[in-house]
Design a protein around this ligand. Structure first.
Ligand code: X2X
Length: 338
């Protein structure tokens, strides 16, 4: 016997364009799974655009069964809030930077060890390979599901309102905002700066009111969040490579039938690969754009920073914290660090 339920009617309507016409709101309200996805970036950033495409694809290919609503730009709170919401199930999806998820899964910060990666070839080799697998396993232990492909945040650069940073000494005493990340604090302390952790939602106003003089982020974020309006100098240090893990609450992911889990995986991983490509394209012209908006660029050599980090025992300390296994996986790609 076939029972006619509200759900089966809605599913039939969603599958038939003619019937579904005119009742989009009803069809939406009837989605079998309605998930919330939150992130910390302005809507002009490629992460948002590609996530929006993925979400549209998911609705289409699931015939309206699976619907994701996006809350961009810290609408649901800063990183720390979003992280606790995705852990509790208040939201189902979140894209924390590796630095941020590391407050719950410490080894996730390993891609952000100072000056470890020298280019994207190394980055994706490690993160799409054994190091990425290792981190995803640890994320799973926190009852979060990390989709396989990490999204790009970028190589982080230092901006200041006061002076260009040309060598490690120039950071001495500089009040610099870093994410809510023990690794970032440790690294900038080792460089004799005065780092302060703030959520990204607070960065623009902290710079504007001079609570801090400096911050560090990849150029696409400096552009999307208009940080050039409140900063003068940009020093291309490339000191950290940072990426976003696309994560789901573990229970919310397992609750989906296998075909919808696979749809999530395909849609988010494909979109992540395109987002990596977007950033690669942007990186070719973005400096010129930021110069036209008034930022002054310089390109310091890495040597003085690395020497200072070594001398301060930074690498030894973090090798100990991450453990030999994870550290070994990183060094397999980038060579000896300590
Ligand atoms: O907070 C930041 O600086 C950002 C946007 O890069 C992260 O998500 C770590």
């Amino acid at each position: 016997m076939t029972t006619i339920t509200r759900r089966s009617v809605l599913r039939a309507m969603a599958a038939s364009p003619l019937l579904a016409l005119g009742v989009p709101r009803l069809a939406r309200a009837g989605a079998e799974f309605s998930y919330k996805y939150a992130h910390n970036l302005p809507m002009t950033h490629p992460l948002h655009k590609r996530a929006q495409e993925a979400v549209d694809r998911i609705r289409r290919e699931s015939n309206g069964r699976l619907e994701v609503t996006i809350f961009p730009n810290n609408q649901l709170g800063g990183d720390t809030d979003m992280l606790s919401q995705v852990r509790s199930g208040g939201i189902e999806l979140f894209t924390p930077s590796a630095l941020v998820i590391a407050t719950v899964v410490p080894v996730a910060a390993i891609n952000a060890v100072g000056f470890a990666f020298s280019d994207y070839g190394q980055v994706w080799k490690a993160m799409d390979g054994p190091l990425g697998t290792h981190v995803r396993e640890k994320i799973a232990k926190a009852n979060l599901y990390a989709f396989e492909k990490m999204w790009d945040n970028g190589f982080r650069q230092i901006t200041t309102s006061s002076k260009p940073i040309d060598q490690a000494l120039d950071l001495d005493g500089t009040k610099i905002r870093v994410p809510v990340s023990p690794l970032s604090i440790s690294m900038f302390k080792a460089l004799s700066a005065a780092p302060a952790s703030l959520q990204f939602s607070e960065v623009y106003s902290a710079l504007q009111t001079r609570i801090v003089d400096a911050q560090e982020n990849p150029l696409p974020i400096i552009q999307a969040a208009k940080l050039y309006e409140v900063q003068k100098y940009c020093s291309l240090t490339n000191h950290i490579w940072d990426g976003y893990w696309f994560i789901a609450n573990g229970r919310a992911f397992r609750r989906l039938p296998p075909e919808l889990q696979r749809l999530f995986e395909t849609a988010f991983n494909d979109a992540g690969m395109l987002q990596r490509e977007d950033l690669k394209q942007m990186n070719q012209s973005i400096q010129t754009d930021l110069e036209s908006k008034g930022l002054k660029f310089n390109r310091p050599a890495a040597a003085t920073f690395q020497a200072q980090l070594r001398q301060a025992g930074f690498y030894e300390e973090w090798r100990g914290k991450f453990g030999d296994q994870a550290w070994g996986l990183l060094e397999e790609t980038v060579g000896k660090l300590a």
